[in-house]
Design a protein around this ligand. Sequence first.
Ligand code: R5P
Length: 284
Amino acid sequence: MIIPGAATQAFAAALSAAADEPLGRVEYEQFPDGEGVVRVPERVAGERAVVVASTVDSDAHVQVLQLQDAVREAGASEVVTVLPYMGYARQDEAFRAGEPVSSRAMARAISSGTDRVITVNPHEPAVCDFFDVPADYVDAAGVLADPLPADLSEPLFLSPDEGAIDLARTVRDAYGAGETDHFVKDRDYDTGEIAISPNDASVEGRDVVLTDDIIATGSTMSESIEVLNDRGTNRVFVTCVHPMLASNALTKLSAAGVDAVYGTDTLERAVSEVSAAPVVAREL
Ligand code: R5P
């Protein structure tokens, strides 16, 4: 049975349909002091329970632990935890003295209530090693080709840094035509400022599809769009697996001149045009 977290209900419904596994009805409540509680009225005794929750914020993290505990308490024979978006995954090392490896801390906590973990396009695959139970990830980037126009002109699939070039290749392969390349990105960790260095790829008059694993503040993508527009690109489409789009990120992309933004439903946003659930269903 699929057991959804409050912030991941649409993805859970899509996963239920794709995996042909029933969708449990969960109740979410909050006490006056701000603490949350979940209730799983469905019968899961002797069954596999699949907790599906993107840990999009601290409350969602706590809720995963509560859902795992609730289904164990109800007698589930196996608990699988699906994290369509794994929060804190980008904090995969102690970047400054005195800092934690936050993704490891989160992984350890999540491991305590599950037999297995599946996540989607973590920033670094090595984050799966932080779990104390078997943990795997799936690559859902291919579905990002689906909403792209069929008439892209001399398409170039571009990542804003070298680390995301495989995602750009995956989207290009799924689209079935075009070239791939990457920019070079430098981030000042004190100021948070991004500097995008263009390469010598010819972009004039072409349609460019920018691809990354996540759009958080939108700085990486908006800087990339501005570089492309300065160089005479035709249309610019932005695609990402995890459309976090914190604060004014979408406005930044619009102001930079993006033609369209497409993301998956690992995070449920207005730009979540395609579902990563069928890819996860194959791994269940
Ligand atoms: C980092 O390397 C990631 O792949 C993304 O490029 C980054 O996290 C995006 O962050 P933002 O939208 O804040 O620039």
